[in-house]
Design a protein around this ligand. Sequence first.
Ligand code: MCN
Length: 793
Amino acid sequence: MTETATRTVGTSVKRTEDARFLTGRGRYTDDLHRPGQVHACFVRSPHAHARVLDVDGAPAMAIPGVVAVLTGADMAAEGIGGLPCGWQVIGKGGVPMQEPPHPPLALDRVRTVGDAVAVVLAENRHAARDGAEAVVVDYDPLPAVAHVADAARPGAPLVHDDVPGNVCYDWDIGDKAAADAAFAGAAHVTRLDLVNNRLIPNAVEPRAALGEYDPADGSYTLTTTSQNPHVIRLLMCAFVLNLPEHKVRVVAPDVGGGFGSKIFHYAEEAVVTWAAAKVGRPVKWTADRSESFMTDCHGRDHVTTAELALDAEGHFVGLRVRTLANMGAYLSTFASCVPTYLYATLLAGQYRTPAIYAEVKALFTHTTPVDAYRGAGRPEATYLLERIVEKAAHELDMDPADLRRRNFIQPDQFPYQTPVALAYDTGDYEASLNRALDLSEYAIFAERRAASEAKGKLRGRGLSCYIEACGIAPSAVAGALGARAGLYEAAEVRMNPTGSVTVFTGSHSHGQGHETTFAQIVADRLGVPMANVEIVHGDTSRIPFGMGTYGSRSLAVGGSAIVRAMDKIIDKGRKIAAHMLEAGEGDVEFSDGAFRVAGTDRSLTMGEVAFQAYVPHNFPHDTLEPGLDESAFYDPANFTFPAGTYVCEVEVDPDTGRVSVERFTAVDDFGTIINPMIVEGQVHGGVAQGLGQALLEGCAYDDDGQLMTGSYMDYAMPRAADIPDYRFDFTCTPCTHNPLGAKGCGEAGAIGSPPAIINAILDALEPLGVEDIAMPATPLAVWQAIQDARAPA
Ligand code: MCN
C-alpha cells in the first residue's frame, strides 16, 4: 500500500457520488437538452379493454407546435416488432408459457388503462400534451378483468383472444407425492390464505427517454432511465427495432432510483428511438407522475393458499403452496421468472422442510404489467413462509423463536440442497436469530407489553427469518431454467500511465453507491488511493457488455468481475516488475500496492510499473504487449444467500386501529461487508419499503380495470414520521464461491420486513380474537378486523 492509500474495505467511507447529488449536480435524462429536440407525449387509453376503431391525428396536427402524430400502424408498416420477454417458463407437462404480442404502440386493441395508442411530437412539452389531448381515438369498450382470481374463473373476459383462460403458464416445482405423504402422516397442519398486495414502484425520478439519430452514419443514441443499458440495447435492437447493435448506443446517466422497475425494456424507449429517425430530430419524453403510476411495471400481486405440516415434535415435514400470480396485460421483460424461479425456489426458507410442492398459475389481466419490484418473488416467498411459521407457533402454543430454531438448517449441513432446486452454500441462522433477540430485548418483552396495556394500547411482536437468493445467477443454471441470456457480469480495469485507475463495469448504480464501494475494492486490491479510482458505468459505448443491476448482484457478480480483472493486472504487473527488478517472476510478491523481490528491499510501486507499461523503456518487449488494461467476464458458480432475522414490535390503538412500529431490529448476514454505512442504508431503505407494503401501500383497480390509486392522494408511501428507529447488526458467514466473500444486501430489508410487521400486529390483536389481517394493515383495516372479531358469530 502506498503512503497515501489506506485500507478502506470494511470501513464506512462517505459516498463519493453524494457530493454531486447533494449539490444538485447529478445529471439525469431529463436534464439533457439537445438542439432541435422535440417533446413526446403519449396518447393513452382511458379504457382497460377496448377495440381501437380509429386514431385520428389531424386535430392534433392543427395545434401550433405539433410536429408529428405517430401510431402503432406507422410502426407496424415499418416492420417494428414487439417487446420481448427474457425468460421462458415451461409449465406442467412441458407446456411453454404463452407470449402474446406486445406492440410498443397498440394496434387494434388496448388491454390496460395507460396502453399507448399514439405519440405526439411537438416543439415543447405543453404543445405535445395539447396535441395528445386533441388526438381523436374511437374506442369500442369491451368487458375487462382486473383481479387475478377473477381472471382464473371460467367465462372471464379474455385479455388475448388466443390465450385460453388467460393462463400464461401453469407451473409447478417440488415432489407432490412426497409432500402429500408428509401431510398424510402429519401431527398438525397449519393453513393460511393470503394476498401479497400489488405495489407501485415510485422511484424519485420518473422514467424518461431521449432518442437521437445521426443521419451521417445511421447511428442512434438512446439515453434512458435504465438499470441495465446493454440489456435494453440488446432487446431493442434484436426484437423491436431490428437494428444492428453497433449502430445503437444506450446511455443510462444518473438514475434516481429504480427498485427493479427500470430493468425492463419499455415501449417508450423504442418509440423515441424510432421516432427520432422518423422526424430527423431528437425526441425526448419524461413521464409525469400519473404516467408513472399507470405505466411503470407494478410488483407482487399474488393470491396464495399454503399448508404447513408438522410432526408431534414441531418439525416441519411438508409444505404445499398454490399461487395465482397476476402478469398484467402483457408479459414484461422478467415477469415470467418472478413468481417461479425467484419465488417458489425460496420456499424452503431457512428450514429443513424435507417435502415441498408448489404450483403457480400466472394469469393475464387488463392491468399494467407486473414484474420485478425490490425483492421480486423473494418477498412473496418470505411473507408466506414467515406468516405460516408464526401462525403454526401460535396454534401450537410455542415460542415462535423456538419453533424456528428447531427447524433451522444447521451450520454443519452446508452446502444444503433444498427440495426446491436451490443449494445454499453457507449460513448460520441461529447466530442471526440469537443476536436479533438480544438486540430487541426479546426476553423482557412482557414488561413493554404491560406498559403499553397501561396506556390502553395493545403491544405485539413478530419475527421473520428470511433468506434470499441474490447475485443472479450462474448462467448455466439460468439458461437451463429458461433465461434467454447468460447472467454473468463484465469489467475492464485500466491502469493509466500515471497510476490512476479507470474501471468500466457492466453494473449500474442508481442509488446504491457503487462509485464508492467499487472504488474501495480497487483501492485496497491495487494499493492506490481511492481518489485515484474512477468507476464508469451506464454507457454501452464505454463499458463492456454487461447484464446490469438487479437481484442484488452488483457487488457479488459485478464486483467479482472487477476483482478478476485486477488479478490479471497484478499478474501482468508482476511480469513487468520482475523484468525491471531483474528478478525471477516467482520471486516477486505483490502486496500493499508494491511489487517486491522476496527477502530483499527491492521494490516498485504499482504506479511505477504502470508507467513502464505505457512508456516501455525497460519492458519485456519480447514476451508482453505494452499497456496495463485487462478485462474479465465473471460467471458466478451459485447465487449468494443472504439471510437474517428481523424482529418488529408494534403498538396498536384498539379504538382507532392505528399501528405504530415501536422497535424494528434487523440482523443480517451479508457475508463480507465492503461499506457498513452503505449496507445499513440499503437495509434502512429496504425496511422502509417493506413497511410501506405492510402498512400503507396497496395498488387498487376496480372491477372494470380502472386504476383507483393513480396518485399520491390515493397511494400512501411511507413518510419520515412512519419510519421507526432501527436497531441494526450483522453476522457474517462469508460467501464461499466469490472472491469477495460477499452476499447481496440491496433487497433484504424489503424481503424480511413485511411478515415481521404483520406478525407483530396479529400478536397484538390475538387477545381480541383477530386471526388474520391483510396488507396494507391501514388503520381502517385493523379497526375493521377488531370490529369483525368482536361481532357475534
Ligand atoms: N455492499 C457492501 N457489502 C456487501 C453487500 C453490498 O458494501 N456485502 C454494497 C455494494 O457494494 C453496493 C450496495 O451495498 O454499493 C448494494 O449492493 P448489492 O447488494 O450488490 O445490490 P446492487 O448494487 O446490485 O443493487 C441492486 C439492489 C436492488 S435489486 C434493488 S431493487 C435496489 C437496491 O439495490 N434498488 C435501489 N437498493 C437501491 N437503493 C437505491 N438507493 N435505489 C434503488 O433503486
